[in-house]
Design a protein around this ligand. Structure first.
Ligand code: MLT
Length: 430
């Protein structure tokens, strides 16, 4: 038995106790991860600042977390579901792991069939989040896949691959060995070039987190054609599709011919309907989409994902699924539209104010994120520190999304109007 090696603070002193150092092996892949996950790292710095400057009021435009109340239609549906759960007839125990059919039907009909996509209810898997789904999908994909991500990128795609042992070590610049990084920056108009080496798995996110860029039909066609030609799989994250303003732009990869043969799509109720705390999302796995077994046989990914979900997941609560279903009611649709417009007006304010200040801004037109070029001579974390310490505004350093995000900074439009205006006022006063 050895004494635990805790820091000798008064707090830990009180809790000091004998521990046994276990011999159980840890997942060494976790030890390859760089620092903390981006958002906890930001929270850590913000906490340190707040502890040192008690009483300072911060405005948080960092993590893309919604602030406005849940749509009334969703609340009413959830209240009714709670009441039903209080009756013998309306009580629900375990639900189907794939989600209730009434929700899957509504999703298939309104999110896909209404836009001309051939997606059936059976192909929808309701879940508790796109972050979880886009990580968990690796469970059904083999270890040898060559993986492409954009740079910058939503950090979950990279970190989940690191955790699953699908990468080598982190290099000096923070990139991981074994991953193919596709730079997106002002020089290429935030449109990644097609990989010039063979890849099997391609992560795409449109509207893009973090750059706020959006893809048009032609651009998505390039990706679908590439994936079909190279027999690759696209993991398409469309969590922000509701923020697309131009009716000509595609919301789903399945609006592109041939995408059913090469793409899985992730969707979420977090950002459109404000479910970040309520938790509901879904993943589309088309029937007939296949991967290869080691013996060369074609295997349906739908079957594997269905097996994975049935084994490791017990579904989203009945109450929450009723809330999500209400998004598809006429009232729900109108309320969600109003919420999205509210945040997009915030994005327009951020874009407008920062442009007036002489900063170069991107995104924020079809996405709730504004991507800012940091002023000459200031790097991403430097800009983060300046805004935190001098304007008391929290944003997200671009380099936290990947090496090519260096020199950029992200502001989220998810906040109250008053806070967004106050934040812009504080930045202008710098
Ligand atoms: C972000 O700020 O990038 C998002 O909130 C992350 C997420 O949705 O998980």
């Amino acid at each position: 038995m050895e004494e635990s090696h805790q820091l000798n603070t008064p707090h830990t002193k009180m809790r000091r106790r004998k521990t046994t150092n276990s011999v159980v092996q840890v997942n060494g892949n976790y030890l390859k991860l760089k620092a903390g996950y981006l958002f906890p790292e930001i929270s850590r710095r913000v906490k340190a600042f707040s502890d040192a400057n008690p009483g300072t009021e911060l405005i948080r435009l960092g993590i893309g977390d919604v602030t406005e109340p849940l749509p009334e239609a969703c609340r009413e549906a959830m209240k009714a579901a709670v009441d039903a759960m209080g009756t013998t007839a309306g009580f629900h125990g375990y639900g189907p792991e794939q989600g209730y059919n009434w929700l899957r039907e509504a999703i298939a009909r309104q999110d896909f069939q209404a836009r001309g996509c051939q997606v059936s209810a059976e192909e929808i898997f309701v879940s508790d989040g796109s972050k979880c789904d886009s990580s968990n999908i690796l469970d059904i994909l083999g270890e040898g896949n060559r993986i492409a991500v954009t740079d910058p990128v939503y950090p979950v795609y990279v970190d989940s691959n690191v955790m699953a042992g699908r990468t080598g070590e982190a290099q000096e610049d923070g990139c991981y060995e074994g991953l193919t990084y596709l730079a997106i920056n002002a020089a290429n108009n935030f449109e990644a070039q097609l990989p010039d080496q063979a890849v099997d798995l391609i992560y795409l996110c449109f509207p893009n987190n973090p750059t706020g860029a959006v893809a048009n039909r032609k651009q998505l066609e390039r990706w679908v054609n590439f994936a079909r030609e190279h027999k690759a799989l696209i993991l398409f994250d469309a969590a922000y599709e509701a923020f697309i303003q131009d009716p000509e732009l595609p919301h789903s990869i399945y609006e592109i011919e041939g995408a059913r043969e090469c793409a899985i799509e992730f969707r979420s109720f977090s950002k459109n309907a404000g479910f970040t705390g309520t938790r509901c999302a879904y993943t589309v796995v088309p029937k007939g989409l296949t991967g290869k077994a080691a013996n060369g046989e074609d295997v349906e990914l739908w079957k594997l994902w269905n097996r994975r979900q049935s084994t490791k997941f017990n579904g989203v609560s009945y109450i929450v699924q009723r809330g999500a279903e209400a998004v598809y009611s006429a009232a729900g649709q109108a309320q969600v539209k109003a919420l999205v417009s509210f945040y997009m007006e915030n994005a327009a304010i951020i874009r407008g104010e920062l442009t007036t200040l002489g900063l170069t801004v991107y995104g924020g037109e079809h996405a709730p994120y504004v991507w800012i070029k940091t002023p000459e001579g200031i790097d991403s974390w430097g800009f983060f520190d300046q805004l935190l310490e001098r304007a008391h505004v929290v944003g997200t350093p671009g380099s936290g999304f990947g090496a090519a995000g260096e020199g950029y900074f992200r502001l989220s439009a998810f906040n109250s109007r008053a806070n967004v205006q106050a934040a812009m006022g504080r930045i202008a006063a710098l």
